[in-house]
Design a protein around this ligand. Structure first.
Ligand code: UFG
Length: 328
């Protein structure tokens, strides 16, 4: 198969590209390198540019016979989306509309879309199924949900099949330790905690210890990036085989508190890791844990790296190899 990976130089995208290459699939990447790094996909055929740019999209679709698209290209910072919503509507919605336009024009029938647990927002239930009411609380979650709906309409009008994968907390790094999570402006818990272990930060702030959880800190469902990537390949095969579209949660189905993550990181790194309780961060729900039953049943997807210490170990290996990230 020839697969176009949009946003393939980003964190999850680069693991996707690696997995496809390991399985001997033909991979084409488009990435505008706004947050991604070409160094993370050194062996892939890369078009540097934006999916909203019709000239580069024309080149990609005329120069390659694409069988399926795996679509990551998007802005993905919750807080930034609240501060600058139009950036998200423009890049995420307009970007995907352009991509779908090209898929329709060139007869590409399958798309896997990188969606998010943020579509659920502050949910009333703690174990979230795909039936749980959506209630996005940021333009980020809102645009991802709107894209799911856009794909549904495009699917009925033009016979395209789509799979939306709603990720919970993506984390970890490839077993080689050569690609991993590397951002200029880091906000995610595990990389920040490990930066403290590495001596690059003095302490980790724990955002709130008065939540309605066992130790008062927020609970999240941490899912390894390789398991995430694997689900995308299964989704392409599932769509091709059954000629169906679908929406699936991707998580381990098990929650860990912020305090537990800090404790596991201390164990894995053998560093003290200074942690201080800070005030709550706006918009953080108490507990977000996925039901992953549907993905297991339909896609036959089973997460493999499920132990939290193994997940943290993989991130730690990458961080030791690249203490300054990919270096721009
Ligand atoms: N946290 C801290 N200190 C920090 C950073 C994070 O205590 O310095 C806490 C947060 O309050 C939260 C937990 O650690 O309780 C995890 O926070 P992350 O920022 O790592 O991840 P989020 O759960 O906020 O976000 C993730 C994805 C988003 C997605 C969201 C859906 O990264 O893309 O889940 O709810 F939108």
């Amino acid at each position: 198969m020839t697969i176009l990976v949009t946003g393939g130089a980003g964190y999850i995208g680069s693991h996707m590209v690696k997995l496809l290459q390991e399985q001997n699939e033909e991979v084409i990447v488009i990435d505008n390198l706004s947050t991604g790094s070409a160094k993370s996909i050194s062996e892939a055929k890369l078009y540097i540019g934006d999916i909203r740019d019709k000239e580069i999209m024309t080149n990609i679709f005329t120069e390659n016979k694409i069988d399926a698209v795996i679509h990551f290209a998007a802005d993905s910072r919750v807080a930034e989306s609240v501060a600058n919503p139009l950036k998200y509507y423009n890049n995420n919605l307009h970007g995907t509309a352009t991509l779908l336009e090209f898929m329709v024009k060139y007869g590409v029938k399958y798309i896997v879309f990188s969606s998010t647990a943020a579509v659920y927002g502050n949910s009333e239930t703690n174990i979230i199924t795909e039936e749980t009411k959506t209630n996005p609380e940021s333009p980020y979650g809102e645009t991802k949900l709107a894209i799911e709906q856009m794909m549904e309409w495009v699917s009925s009008a033009h016979g395209i099949y789509y799979t939306a994968l709603r990720y919970f907390n993506a984390c970890g790094a490839h077993e080689s330790g050569l690609i991993g999570e590397s951002r200029n402006h880091e906000t995610h818990l595990i990389p920040l905690v490990l930066q403290v272990a590495l001596g690059k930060r003095k302490k980790i702030n724990i955002y709130g210890d008065d939540y309605a959880t066992k130790d008062g800190t927020c609970i999240r469902d941490y899912i390894h990036v390789t398991d995430l990537a694997n689900a995308h390949i299964k989704a392409v095969k599932w769509m091709k085989k059954y000629k169906k579209s679908g929406i699936f949660n991707l998580g381990n189905g098990k929650g860990f508190s912020v305090q537990e993550i800090v404790d596991y990181a201390r164990k894995v790194t053998k560093k003290p890791i200074l942690a201080e309780v800070d005030s709550r961060r706006a918009g953080d729900p108490d507990k977000l844990v996925a039901s992953n039953q549907l993905a297991k049943e339909e896609l036959k997807w089973v997460p493999k790296i499920t132990k939290i210490d193994d997940i943290i170990k993989s991130a730690w290996k990458f961080m030791n190899n690249f203490p300054d990230g990919y270096g721009g």
